[in-house]
Design a protein around this ligand. Structure first.
Ligand SMILES: *[C@@H]1O[C@H](CO)[C@@H](O)[C@H](O)[C@H]1NC(C)=O
Ligand SMILES: *[C@@H]1O[C@H](CO)[C@@H](O)[C@H](O)[C@H]1NC(C)=O
Ligand SMILES: *[C@@H]1O[C@H](CO)[C@@H](O)[C@H](O)[C@H]1NC(C)=O
Ligand SMILES: *[C@@H]1O[C@H](CO)[C@@H](O)[C@H](O)[C@H]1NC(C)=O
Length: 520
């Protein structure tokens, strides 16, 4: 009898664990690379047999049985009208500028996008419908926590996905601020180990950004309390406070891996999943397949990514790079998004859009010249391709510092006349086999995991649902206020004790001398 009950319970739990879930995946950020990471989550969930509602700024309009897309591409319209803004993001105008990610303007931009997202009519309609039910909500963590109210609407767990190397701003919502003495800021130019000034700068950045975040939080809080309660009322739920919602993440999936980045201290409720967005390599289009197969001296692939594109270069820069390529024996595939005015050398093949993963998978590819974006660097190492990187902004500098440190590529400083440096780096990587060997070695590390990153995505989401939010994994650090973590209360206590002791000693000494005087 006892056995029967146990077997039944086991069978039941098996049934529950293999049950198909309904998951809401929110990737409103209006940037192509973020949306690719969103599709990564969606595709892995669909493959695992779950049903997904995907809120995205880049819907592909495909009809799939278990997928519903919510199109929020309009949330960035306010910025699209900004001609000066678009001009500012052209490559030629970013040379020598500070990192946009470090500016207060960047945080404001992210705030506006997410506020527009929460107020988008189709989103409000979806959230307000009491018939809509989800088992978990997956949110991209991207410098705002305003979305953290969404899981509370559906009374289900929150799973964050951090699209970058983990850093103190993202890990703060799961654990506490990581130590800036050995955890790099996402937009740093420094590398580990930090010297005296590097550590000072790290601490200064924490203080500066903490102030920015404190100010921004006031805006976010106001939006939170003005947007959510109305929707919650329609669903018959009450909202937790802003702080309760923000610090209630059950798990954080992180688009990173120590093989390509840092060995960063993580809380129990997190997992490195870099590479999860990479699909099985699709066949190349016929013309590119032929081109790559027949390239006698191998192929160089050059792309500056999807935000800062190659066609934003000055004409002089385009020309000097073409000149450089024309001297190479290799065939060059250059992702160049518009028509080029210059004469194109015969060994250079321009494409407006590139099937990047398929190009990287081709055995005849010798080198990838990249802007050092997160997707590009992880896709390159997935296929063991060495890099030459020209980082422009965001986390590209940090990514390329890591690549150079680990020895599978070279970082080049972006400038109008960078061609000699770029050329030297390309020749170095092409002629010194150490880069290619290192890329293969690190690629092996990247793949050597308990489970593939693609399998880890549904695994951890199912785990969180199964364990009702995985409260046992929650970091105790979240319940300890900052002043207690810094032992400021103990410091204050010791100061008081010392003052009292000093006073007491002084008093006793005085008494003693008084006595002496009297006896004299
Ligand atoms: C769609 O989801 C249902 C359960 O909701 C599942 O049984 C089915 O296998 C899924 N279909 C696909 C094509 O994944
Ligand atoms: C998404 O919405 C925009 C307008 O807001 C529209 O131009 C676009 O075609 C839509 N995309 C899809 C796939 O429906
Ligand atoms: C926090 O998340 C857990 C797990 O999903 C949930 O049960 C709980 O109600 C949430 N708490 C708040 C205050 O939202
Ligand atoms: C191109 O190939 C030829 C013959 O293999 C070689 O002599 C030449 O040095 C190569 N040029 C460059 C720039 O590598």
């Amino acid at each position: 009898m006892k056995h029967k009950i146990i077997t039944t319970i086991c069978l039941l739990s098996l049934l529950i664990s293999s049950e198909s879930l309904r998951i809401l995946v929110c990737y409103p950020m209006t940037s192509k690379s973020h949306s690719i990471l969103g599709y990564g989550v969606v595709n892995r969930l669909l493959e695992a047999g779950h049903e997904v509602v995907h809120i995205t700024s880049f819907p592909n309009g495909k009809v799939l049985p278990n997928l519903t897309e919510v199109n929020v591409s309009s949330i960035a319209d306010v910025f699209k009208k900004d001609v000066d803004g678009a001009e500012a993001f052209k490559l030629k105008n970013l040379i020598g500028k500070g990192n946009f990610g470090d500016s207060a303007l960047f945080l404001y931009y992210v705030y506006v996008i997410h506020k527009n997202f929460l107020e988008e009519p189709s989103v409000v309609k979806l959230f307000s419908d009491p018939k809509e039910k989800f088992d978990a909500v997956v949110l991209e963590w991207f410098f705002t926590e305003m979305n953290a109210g969404i899981p509370a609407l559906f009374d289900c767990p929150l799973i964050w996905v951090c699209s970058t190397e983990p850093h103190w701003q993202s890990m703060r919502v799961m654990d506490g601020i990581t130590n800036p003495a050995y955890t790099l800021d996402l937009f740093t130019h420094n590398k580990l180990p930090l010297d005296f000034w590097g550590r000072a700068e790290g601490l200064w950045k924490v203080v500066k950004k903490a102030v920015q975040v404190l100010i921004l939080n006031q805006f976010e809080k106001r939006a939170y309390y003005s947007i959510y309660p109305e929707i919650a009322a329609k669903r018959g739920v009450t909202m937790p406070s802003y702080e309760e919602a923000v610090y209630n993440g059950s798990f954080m999936l992180i688009n990173a891996h120590p093989s390509i980045g840092g060995a960063i201290k993580l809380p129990q409720n997190s997992a490195n999943i870099a590479g999860y967005h990479i699909d099985k390599a699709k066949p190349l289009p016929k013309d590119l397949q032929k081109l790559m197969d027949e390239a006698e001296h191998g192929v160089i692939y050059f792309s500056m990514g999807s935000i800062v594109q190659s066609d934003g270069m000055s004409e002089q820069m385009q020309k000097s790079i073409l000149d450089m390529f024309s001297k190479y024996n290799q065939t060059v595939i250059w992702k160049f998004e518009s028509d080029m005015k210059d004469d194109i050398p015969p060994n250079v093949h321009l494409v407006k859009w590139a099937p990047q993963q398929s190009i990287l998978a081709h055995p005849n590819l010798k080198l990838f010249i990249t802007h050092g974006g997160r997707l590009s660097t992880s896709e390159a190492i997935h296929y063991g391709v060495p890099l030459v990187g020209i980082p422009v902004m965001a986390d590209q500098v940090l990514n390329m510092i890591s690549v150079a440190n680990k020895g599978f590529g070279i970082k080049v400083t972006l400038s109008e006349d960078m061609v000699p440096e770029l050329d030297a780096a390309v020749q170095q990587v092409l002629t010194d086999d150490a880069y290619r060997k290192k890329a293969k070695e690190i690629s092996a590390l990247f793949h050597d995991r308990v489970m593939t990153p693609g399998a880890a995505v549904p695994y951890w989401i199912e785990y969180v649902v199964r364990t009702r939010g995985a409260p046992h994994l929650r970091s105790p650090a979240l319940n300890v206020p900052l002043y207690q973590k810094l032992y400021l209360d103990l410091a204050a206590f010791l100061v008081v004790v010392i003052i009292i002791l000093k006073k007491a000693v002084k008093y006793l000494m005085k008494k003693k001398t008084n006595k002496k005087e009297k006896s004299n």
